[in-house]
Design a protein. Structure first.
Length: 311
């Protein structure tokens, strides 16, 4: 089966997953009921200001001063904080004292690797990282398209079984894995693949983590958001992409503030609002131009631009 045929198969799987949600929406309309309300929260992924190299405490203070509801922290930054002689308890208290919540964590355990030995080690790493994040009150962690691959195509059925095992690990630790695809990944780059993995996992706690840039970069487009139920998506990475660089040539560093690029941000807002449930809108940028600016100004600008769209 070639890549095009695989995408067609995954589209069928995605449509199948969407059917109960679509039917439910129709039932609400027939009964004259209001659709489920969407609870938007504003989150700062610290990648947005990581280039300023201010340290974890300062990044937390900036997020609080800018007016965010919470944070998306990188596991490696928390580990560096510990390596400096600090404790998880002190970090938890510092975050709480700043009025913030850690909504999600960004780690890179290679759980998708098609080498079993590598995957076993990755699960041990993921468990340790989940326990670390649980200690600071974080209840989610990214399960991204990370791993070394010897085969030409990703085995989506194996990936679904692996993801189910990650979910079970999440239930044990209290930190649930959010399945994330990367648009530039050779193996897991499309939302259709992500939905099939979630379907194969066949677990009530499946969650996917979409990203505007990755949906564009991997060729997913944005119409599929209309197919998703509110319970499937809790964290959504917010950014935008320029229109003057070919899609296949864009990198993370090309991301811009939402509304400053070509993404259909109003359509995205409408589709997220229609899903219902909790939606954590996390500003995730890697723009080196922003990294040269004052971090608080960047954080405040990003939050205002999100609120201008996701009001």
């Amino acid at each position: 089966m070639n890549r095009r045929e695989s995408i067609q198969l995954m589209s069928v799987a995605a449509a199948a997953m969407a059917m109960p949600h679509l039917g439910c929406s129709t039932a609400h309309k027939r009964a004259g009921q209001e659709p489920a309300k969407t609870d938007f929260r504003y989150c700062l992924n610290t990648s947005t200001i990581m280039g300023q190299q201010l340290g974890l405490r300062k990044n937390i203070e900036i997020a609080a001063r800018a007016g965010y509801d919470g944070l998306e922290l990188w596991v490696r930054d928390v580990q560096a904080f510990l390596d400096e002689g600090n404790s998880l308890q002190s970090l938890h208290e510092f975050i709480r004292d700043n009025g913030l919540e850690v909504y999600n964590a960004i780690g890179f355990a290679p759980w998708l690797a098609d080498n079993d030995e590598v995957a076993v080690a990755a699960f041990k790493q993921m468990k340790q990282e989940m326990e670390m994040m649980a200690a600071i009150g974080c209840t989610r962690i990214a399960a991204p398209a990370a791993g070394s691959f010897e085969k030409p195509e990703l085995d989506l059925f194996l990936a679904g079984e692996r993801y189910r095992q990650l979910i079970e690990l999440g239930r044990q630790t209290g930190v649930m894995p959010q399945l994330e695809f990367w648009g530039a990944s050779r193996m897991l780059y499309h939302i259709g693949q992500t939905l099939m993995i979630a379907a194969v996992a066949n677990d009530p706690d499946v969650k996917i983590l979409p990203d505007i840039y990755h949906m564009f970069r991997g060729g997913s487009g944005f119409e599929s958001l209309k197919m998703l139920s509110g319970s499937l998506v809790e964290v959504f990475h917010i950014n935008d992409y320029p229109g003057n660089i070919p899609r296949e040539e864009q990198t993370d560093a090309d991301r811009v503030f939402p509304g400053d690029g070509e993404a259909p941000v109003q359509q995205i807002f409408n589709d997220l609002a229609a899903m219902g449930g909790l939606k954590i809108l996390s500003l995730e940028l890697f723009n080196r131009t922003y990294w040269e600016q004052d971090a608080l100004v960047v954080a405040e600008t990003g939050l205002q631009k999100m609120k201008d769209i996701f009001h």
